[in-house]
Each structure stands twice: as structure tokens, then as C-alpha cells.
Design a protein around this ligand. Structure first.
Ligand SMILES: Cc1ncc(COP(=O)(O)O)c(C=O)c1O
Length: 395
């Protein structure tokens, strides 16, 4: 039976990263996968997480399953982190949450619950979006429509196009929005634009489905959640998928949280029961390690302070790299790359052609996605000159 199956192509992003790993050029530059890397090219473990881990090792007395909704400190901490400690919706008990295996697991649980509520809901996704949204959400059975989002000429959001397209989103359709640090383009909505989306959702009755995988890596923890919080203050319902992969460095621990803003506390409780049944059907029980660590960081004042400082340093470094990259690229190429400074988070489209990207890879061992999306956090003091000169050479 199994011998009837063909080999499938590798995931395009992971496949490219694997080719880069095999490249023996000592000057190679890896700007492919969206993981944060420090000055020495290492994806570090946060000090706060290391401390929490040491405590956990000393204290842990069992490896029995967590409860089906996951660690209680983690859930409480994540709801406050995302919705804000002073959120009226939280105070009214209108938000329920379930721990999930990464932001991906949270997206999947969110989609499963939406499908249970309305199997013919459409999911409106930005053009472009993170490619993994399609299999993760689509395999639940929901259909997609695209809305215009990125304007390659202005290197910013095509907000008029987005609004025009979203006028067709119907009642109870889901509109998938990147909470901050849009992947792949780095262009985010302004607060005024979030207001317009809130007006439309109120008027048309569509449900925002917010993917927030980079909170704290754009401008700050509260600033990055401002749009989401604005929607939560005005709308009856919303689904949120949050990830601790990037902002706590817990990538391999698979730590995420699906949250449901509901009309009432009773409905939030009913929705949690739906989410638990979906999780039971998919993987039964949540992974414990990462969520317990994140729960400690979010509930302990001292650990929380250390984590916030580390995250802020990371965020400032990325923003510093953006400026340095603009200056270096402008000096090498004589072209205007200032848009990189205006974007948020780890990603940027450089605006290079596929032929340029191929030449960079084949002749200079500089690796980025075919769309010329780069992970800004892959740039550092020792590769920035080489990178800019290589880009100048292919241009
Ligand atoms: C836009 C976006 N959403 C969600 C995720 C989910 O990440 P994870 O499942 O690793 O937490 C990622 C990871 O790269 C992402 O870029």
C-alpha cells in the first residue's frame, strides 16, 4: 500500500535552508527561515527561559498529562499578554483560551472551531500571506478568498485595495489578519486602518481571525497588540492564534495559544469545550514543557521583567539592523531601500527579481526566498557588507 505513494517535494522554505546548510562557502548568508539569530548567527535561549527551566527541573514531580486546555498559568498569562491586563472583555470572562502546539496548532484549533460553527464560512487571507496558512486552515475544509494587501511599488499596504476586497466578506466569514510584523512583507496596518477594519467588521459581521506570532518584535509588546486590542474593544467575536516561538524563543517546544473572544462568558465556556474536543480529536493532549516555562515567565514578576528586557533588546536590534541594512544597501547600490526602515518585525521583501535571487544564491551563496523575502535577523555585522555588495553585483 505505502509503496504506491510518491516522494513529495520538500517544503520550499525548509528545503532552501537545507541547501544553505550544505553550502561550504564560508561567506554564505542564510536569510531564509524566520527564526531570530543573534550577532553570532545563533538562535539563543532567553535567560528568563533558562532560569524557569532550572526551577522546573528542580520542582517537577510528575510527567502526567496536563489538563486538556493546558497549563493554567500559561493560559491566564497569554490572555493578559495578548488582550492587555486591563481588557474589559477579559474582566467580563468573554475570552476563553486553550494551549496549543505552537502558533500553528492554535491556528488549526481556531479553524476547527470556526468550521464547527459555520462550515461554509470563507477565510479571507492577505495577498501575500504566510504560505503555511493554506494547508493548516484549508485542510479543515474551509474555503479561501484573497484580499489585496501588499503594494510592491510603494512597498507598503495597499489599504484601498484591501478595503475594496473586504467589502465582499460576508457575515460570519473569517478575515485572517496578521496582528503585527506581517509575514512575509513586514508592512503593518496603522491604528487608523485597524479602526476602519473594526468599522467594517461591525457593519458586515465578519469575524477577525488574528495570527499574532511576533508580538514584541515590531515596536513593543503593547504596541504590537494595539490593533488586535482595538478590535477586541469593539467587536463581539474574534479568534486569535498566538505563538511563543519567536518572542520567547520556544520554537521547538511548540508553545502557542488559541483564544476566543465571545459575546458572553457562557458562550466563551461553550467555545472552550468545542476547542478541547477539537484538540482531543487531533492530538489528544498538549505538550507541557514550553507552556510551563512560558507560564512561569508570565506569572513571575522577576522572570517577567528579565524576559521583557531581553525581548526589547531583540526588538531594538532588529530595528537597528533595518537601518544599517538601508544605509549599507544604499551605499552599495545607489538605490532607495528606505522602505526597510518603515517595516516591522523580522521580514522584508527586497523587491528583487527571481533571476536576481537565483544569481545571489548560485554566485554569492546568499540565500533568501524566491520572492526576495529576507529574514532581517539573519543580517549581522560580519555579513552586512558582503550581502550589500552581492546585491549590488546582481543588480
Ligand atoms: C505568520 C506566522 N504565523 C504563525 C506561525 C507559527 O509558528 P509556530 O507554530 O512555530 O509557533 C509562524 C511561524 O513562522 C508565522 O510566521
Amino acid at each position: 500500500m505505502l509503496d504506491a505513494l510518491q516522494r513529495l517535494p520538500d517544503d520550499p522554505i525548509l528545503g532552501l535552508a537545507a541547501i544553505c546548510r550544505e553550502d561550504s562557502n564560508p561567506n554564505k548568508v542564510d536569510l531564509t527561515v524566520g527564526i531570530y539569530m543573534d550577532e553570532s548567527g545563533v538562535c539563543p535561549v532567553f535567560q528568563a527561559i533558562q532560569q524557569a527551566q532550572r526551577t522546573l527541573v528542580e520542582e517537577e514531580t510528575t510527567k502526567a498529562y496536563l489538563p486538556p486546555a493546558g497549563d493554567a498559568d500559561f493560559n491566564r498569562g497569554m490572555r493578559a499578554l495578548v488582550f492587555g491586563g486591563d481588557s474589559d472583555a477579559l474582566a467580563a470572562g468573554r475570552v476563553s483560551s486553550i494551549q496549543a502546539p505552537g502558533g500553528c496548532g492554535a491556528l488549526r484549533i481556531g479553524a476547527e472551531v470556526a468550521y464547527a460553527a459555520k462550515p461554509d464560512a470563507r477565510v479571507w487571507i492577505s495577498d501575500p500571506t504566510w504560505p503555511v496558512h493554506l494547508p493548516l486552515i484549508g485542510s479543515v475544509g474551509l474555503e479561501f478568498s484573497k484580499y489585496r494587501y501588499y503594494d510592491a511599488v510603494s512597498h507598503g499596504v495597499d489599504f484601498d485595495g484591501m478595503v475594496e476586497d473586504l467589502k465582499q466578506a460576508g457575515k460570519d466569514d473569517l478575515v485572517l489578519l496578521h496582528g503585527c510584523c506581517h509575514n512575509p512583507c513586514g508592512a503593518d496596518l496603522s491604528l487608523d486602518q485597524w479602526q476602519v477594519i473594526a468599522d467594517m467588521a461591525e457593519h458586515q459581521g465578519f469575524i477577525p481571525f488574528i495570527d499574532i506570532a511576533y508580538q514584541g518584535l515590531g515596536s513593543g509588546l503593547d504596541e504590537d497588540a494595539a490593533g488586535l486590542r482595538l478590535l477586541a474593544s469593539r467587536l463581539p467575536e474574534m479568534i486569535v492564534a498566538a505563538s511563543c516561538s519567536k518572542n520567547m524563543g520556544l520554537y521547538r517546544e511548540r508553545t502557542g495559544c488559541a483564544m476566543f473572544l465571545c459575546e458572553s462568558a457562557d458562550n466563551a465556556d461553550a467555545i472552550l469545550s468545542q476547542a478541547k474536543v477539537a484538540a482531543r480529536r487531533l492530538y489528544s493532549m498538549p505538550p507541557a514543557h514550553g507552556a510551563i516555562l512560558a507560564g512561569k515567565v508570565l506569572s513571575d514578576e522577576q522572570l517577567g521583567r528579565i524576559w521583557r528586557e531581553e525581548l526589547l533588546a531583540m526588538c531594538e536590534r532588529i530595528n537597528g539592523l533595518r537601518s544599517q541594512l538601508v544605509d549599507s544597501l544604499q551605499a552599495s547600490t545607489g538605490r532607495d531601500f528606505d522602505f526597510i526602515r518603515r517595516e516591522n518585525g523580522m521580514f522584508s521583501f527586497l523587491g528583487l527579481s527571481e533571476a536576481n535571487v537565483r544569481q545571489l544564491r548560485e554566485e554569492h551563496s546568499v540565500y533568501m526566498l524566491g520572492s526576495s523575502r529576507i529574514n532581517v535577523a539573519g543580517v549581522n555585522a560580519s555579513n552586512i557588507d558582503y550581502l550589500s555588495k552581492a546585491i549590488a553585483a546582481v543588480l
